[in-house]
Write a protein that binds this ligand. Structure first.
Ligand code: NAD
Length: 435
């Protein structure tokens, strides 16, 4: 089948490549000319494990191509996937302007029947609005379905190729059959394709992200309680996770959730409620807890050094919002680094893959260390913002020798407090007694 994917970012590139991998001819489109140029020069615009090899193979086999020319990309395809960004607007509401800009271009370029598959996370009711817009743009017949994406950056290829489920919002059985056939190679292990109304599918995407964010904020609130009462959140988590009604996922306390999805989707859900004059106390609280988790972490660091902070050199391990990505968007590290820079500290950051994005974001305002231990040379403290595996079991003796002062603020609870105290570190983590 011939497919066009509009928006070639973290979702679009994985979706396009994944579909090409099963034999389809896919054209990925983006308005960002530099991004398309870089892809055409075989350079991936971001880091995602396993993606580079997959892109190269499918380009080589002439099943995958990249262009800024949307009209030619949609001229002879049956399916048009929409994968553009839907960031939070100033009010927190989802900004769907890129979706409608893409729809405008698609509508004007249509030369026959098309199925528009919206993968961008959009407020409930958007699919109907897309249909309405398209009707005003083209005489050609079309169907619009919603197919929310659940991939996680850092595991995106695997998530797309082996999804827990596919959700499809579609009211036409023939269209549903075409999409079912498209996804059949990804569902061979018996995982379901859940077909439902478009409004339910739109809502399901928000519900999933709101639930994940809720679990994280729940744990972070309990971490505060643990600190206040001398309990250890790691032990409390074990007790929770062993309960089959609860399970172990998304129960890790830390410096708060970030990224380009959870924060904006929680806020967008609260707006859905507000637009119908409904209260959303739970969603508001999830957001508030996350905000205070991040500000409390920063405050703890600033309070520890007091006025001396301006003379301190602080090392940061991990800048991406989660491991195995170089995406800094919405990450807690940005807040930590910004606060330290504002307070006049010298900041040296090591992240296994985010050098380029760090440099784009901060220029020369932070030093970037190529190696984790190099960041520690002469440091008055280490702040851990991302739980990259390589940080989990470091050489504590080597760290102690390199650092001017043995202080660690661990936003991801990577270490055992007892071990750190044996090596002479002052160690501050989340929801556990400080040493
Ligand atoms: N990133 C994730 O982990 C993830 C997971 C699931 C769902 N989503 C959702 O998927 C959507 C896309 O997210 P993303 O992370 O890929 O965003 P992104 O910012 O990485 O990529 C979006 C791309 O769309 C392009 N674009 C914008 N307007 C365009 C237009 N009119 N025509 C063509 N291209 C255009 C941009 O240049 C950009 O390259 C969002 O709604 C997001 O909430 C993201």
């Amino acid at each position: 089948m011939k497919i066009a994917v509009i928006g070639t970012g973290h979702v679009g590139l994985v979706v396009g490549t994944g579909l090409a991998e099963t034999g389809h001819y896919v054209t990925c489109v983006d308005t960002n000319g530099a991004l398309i140029e870089s892809l055409n020069a075989n350079n991936l615009p971001f880091y995602e494990p396993g993606l580079e090899e997959l892109v190269a193979r499918n380009v080589e086999e002439e099943r995958l191509r990249f262009t800024t020319d949307l009209a030619s990309a949609v001229s002879d395809v049956l399916l048009v996937f929409i994968c553009v960004g839907t960031p939070a607007s100033n009010t927190g509401e989802a900004d769907t302007s890129a979706v409608f800009a893409a729809i405008q271009s698609v509508g004007k370029a249509m030369t026959g029947y098309r199925i528009i598959v919206n993968k961008s996370t959009c407020p409930v009711g958007t699919t109907e609005a897309i249909r309405f817009t398209l009707k005003s743009l083209t005489e050609h017949p079309f169907d619009v379905v919603v197919n929310p994406e659940f991939l996680r950056q850092g595991a995106a290829v695997d998530d797309f190729m082996r999804p827990d489920r596919i959700i499809l919002g579609c009211e036409d059985v023939r269209v549903a059959e075409i999409i079912r056939e498209l996804y059949a190679p990804f569902l061979r292990t018996g995982k379901p394709l859940l077909s439902m109304s478009v409004r339910s599918a739109e809502m399901a995407k928000y519900a999933v992200n709101a639930m994940l964010a809720t679990r994280i904020s729940f744990m972070n609130e309990f971490a505060q309680l643990c600190e206040a009462y001398g309990a250890d959140i790691a032990e409390v988590r074990e007790g929770l996770a062993a309960d089959s009604r609860i399970g172990p996922s998304y129960l890790f306390p830390g410096v708060g959730y970030g990224g380009s999805c959870l924060p904006k989707d929680v806020q967008a859900c609260a707006h859905l409620a507000a637009n119908r004059d409904l209260p959303s106390p739970l969603l508001q609280a999830v957001h508030t807890v996350n905000e205070s988790q991040q500000t409390n972490f920063v405050k703890r660091i600033l309070d520890f050094y007091g006025k001396d902070i301006a003379n301190k050199r602080i090392a940061i391990w991990g800048a991406s919002f989660k491991p195995k990505t170089d995406d800094l968007r919405g990450g807690p590290a940005l807040r930590v680094i910004d606060a330290l820079l504002n307070a006049g500290a010298a900041v040296v950051v090591h992240d296994p893959v985010a050098d380029k994005t760090l440099h784009q974001h901060y220029g020369d305002r932070v030093s970037i260390a190529q190696k984790s231990y190099a960041a520690l040379e002469g440091a008055d403290g280490l702040v851990i913002c991302t739980e990259w595996n390589e940080f989990r079991r470091p050489d504590y003796e080597r760290m102690a020798k390199l650092m001017r002062d043995r202080v660690i603020f661990d936003g991801r609870n990577l270490y055992t407090t007892k071990v750190l105290s044996q090596h002479g570190f002052r160690y501050f983590s989340i929801g556990r007694p400080a040493v």
